[in-house]
Write a new protein. Sequence first.
Lengths: 263, 205
Amino acid sequence: MTDEELKQKMKNAERLSSKILQMPPVLKERQAISNILSRDPAITGFENCKFVFTDITYGLPDRKRLVVVRDPDGTLRQASWEEAERMNQIYNPRPGRKLKPPKLFQEEHLTNVLERGEYEFVLDSACAQFEPDDPEYLRITSVVYESVDKKRCYQLLHSTRHYGPLCFYLTWNKKIENLLISLLQQEKLEACADIVRLYQLIHTDCKSKMINVDPNQHLELLKAYVEHDSLQQQQLQLAIQAYQEIVRERQQYNENVKTAHGL
Amino acid sequence: MFRRLLCTFNTLSSHTATPTPLLRIIDANPVRCSLVTSTRLRCKASEEGEVQEERDPTKDRSRVIPVETSMKYIKSEAYHTTYGSDPVWKIYRRNFKGAFPPRKTRKTCIRAKMIATGNPCPICRDEYLVLDYRNVDLLKQFISEHNGAILSYSMTNICQRRHKELQVAVLKARDYGLLTYDVPFREYEYSEYYTPSKNDNKLTT
């Protein structure tokens, strides 16, 4: 390949990878819809079942589609989230989504899958099946992230689209200690600093923010966090000391090799 | 003529010793009458505990093997000496006339709980291979390693009934999360979920 062809290929690859690594949105739990359009008690008892009217205009996103329900007692109301999703799936089926959620997401089967370590599979299935503000989706993702944190297998999610939401969840719930320790063991200081900065952004009232640390000094930032805001100070301090020792020993070894070679 | 026949039937039934008549006429009206045949006479021999047909034990498949036994069997030495590390359908040859096999395999190897053929398919020939959603080790042998699709019966040579059982078992296993597969990618349109208003921009770098 020529240089230009190579550049083109690299550009394409970067574009594809940014598409695959698109982070699923992290949203708050959605509120139930209670929007009544009209009350017609005169129609009561006409039918003993509900009527659902769905707008099937082409090109509308699912969340903007109007779905209304006429109850047997005559009320015309906007459909609830579950009803609207079901109708959308019937008229515009999405690949990977089923009308009835798979049994995989029930508690016992979920724990079974997580024990086998299939985190990415569960998260991908949840993304395909649920909307990001669905309470079921939030429950499943929190269970998965807790399991990952407990077993410290962050590497399994590291290069996937779920790494970002995982870090956000852990930072939001102040459980970043294990993550920081595993990153230190892999000597990824910049990643540690990123997480501490995220922590400072989310929890604006943290003490370590008061200290103005140069953002480029990753280790200093980390130490500031450990001193002031960490909940497991000892373990983190041990990890930092271990890292510093490894760095020192490596420097020493390199210097020894140089002197041995007479440089 | 028909009415007389009806009478004779009735009289016959009242006179005979057997309590259950062969034919029972519900209504005398020839238009509205219905005939009920009693099948009790046919089974009289077995009721008295007479000779039952002897079942060939090698072809008898009336015993239902539980799934747990099947899962243990697959991990056992007996399975390993029989099949080695090949899939169970690897060493099997279909019998047919001519150079090309029929497009579909046979409908079923087992009829009335007995093997009804001289060359049963790879699943029917071994009674300890049970196709169930929990028996993941067996199900994986029937899934292509290249694209995750269920292998066709033309490759595995199992009978149609077992192929349907296999399809059901694989779909159930995927539903329960026992078998993983490539989930279709879900692309998000961020503007659907977040519309930043111009006024508040709290997050600064």
